[in-house]
Design a protein around this ligand. Structure first.
Ligand code: UTP
Length: 240
């Protein structure tokens, strides 16, 4: 089985804590030992926001700000690489081809951001499409995909499952509301729709939830089910 896991910066490094990064690496190592091929895409989190805010007040343009964000995601990715040691390539892949080559060698592929104008949500969806992943997991700091921003609206309800085209509609609605943040951005949702990628959005603040979802498909978040798919996937590695 091959999975791509997007690990939000706010999940992996809400603050700089070696034990937390080591906990994620332990889960990744366990999965790798079981023969699961893993692509990992790390987000920027607080450090990205801090650099972007300072640079914005220095009047950097949006592309320059994205460059700051990409650098922060790669710095966080390097922390995960440090914790993974020889199971990962020595630096974050900056091209999908390089990440694909790492997987072919049997390494865990680790990436951060790639190009301005998007976030690591889209990088994760593109990597999953590129390497033909069976499953894409967004390990975020929210519990799944909601009908509205749960922080702002008491009526927001969590979807247990939705189709990729419904995901695109829900995210487009959320992104129209200034200040609201979607768990997955619109470009990522469109890539998921295009590729028909089986996707899970879950609260990834405990890495064992990622492991359980990969083993059994069970989780408390949201399943994004490819159009026309009625069958349960057969690739879960365990029944418990
Ligand atoms: P993140 O993927 O962490 O964005 O990239 P985010 O959605 O703001 O963070 P979370 O999910 O809430 O933690 C941080 C920033 O890096 C730039 C963007 O400016 C993004 O906001 N970035 C990232 C790019 O420009 N291109 C990329 O491919 C990735």
């Amino acid at each position: 089985m091959r999975a791509v896991v997007s690990i939000g910066g706010s999940v992996l490094v809400p603050d700089l804590n070696a034990d937390r990064v080591a906990d994620y690496a332990t889960v990744i190592e366990r999965l790798a030992v079981e023969g699961i091929s893993l692509g990992l895409v790390v987000g920027g989190g607080a450090i990205a926001r801090e650099y972007i805010n300072v640079a914005r007040s220095l009047r950097a343009n949006e592309i320059e700000l994205d460059g700051m964000g990409i650098a922060a995601t790669r710095l966080n990715a390097r922390l995960l690489i440090a914790a993974l040691g020889e199971r990962a390539s020595p630096s974050p892949a900056t091209e999908y081809e390089d990440a694909g080559a790492a997987l072919r060698r049997g390494d865990a592929a680790v990436m951060g951001g790639v190009t301005p104008g998007q976030t690591t949500d889209a990088v994760s969806a593109a990597l999953a499409e590129y390497v033909g992943a069976d499953l894409l997991i967004y390990a975020t700091s929210v519990a799944g995909v909601f009908s509205a921003d749960p922080a702002a609206s008491a009526d927001a309800r969590k979807f247990e499952a939705l189709s990729a085209s419904d995901l695109v509609d829900v995210i487009a609605d959320i992104e129209m509301n200034a200040g609201a943040s979607a768990p997955v951005d619109l470009l990522a949702a469109k890539l998921i729709e295009r590729s028909g990628m089986r996707t899970i959005v879950l609260d990834g603040t405990d890495p064992e939830r990622i492991e359980r979802a990969i083993h059994t498909g069970e989780h408390e978040g949201t399943d994004v089910v490819p159009e026309g798919s009625t069958d349960e996937p057969t690739y879960w590695t365990s029944d418990d």
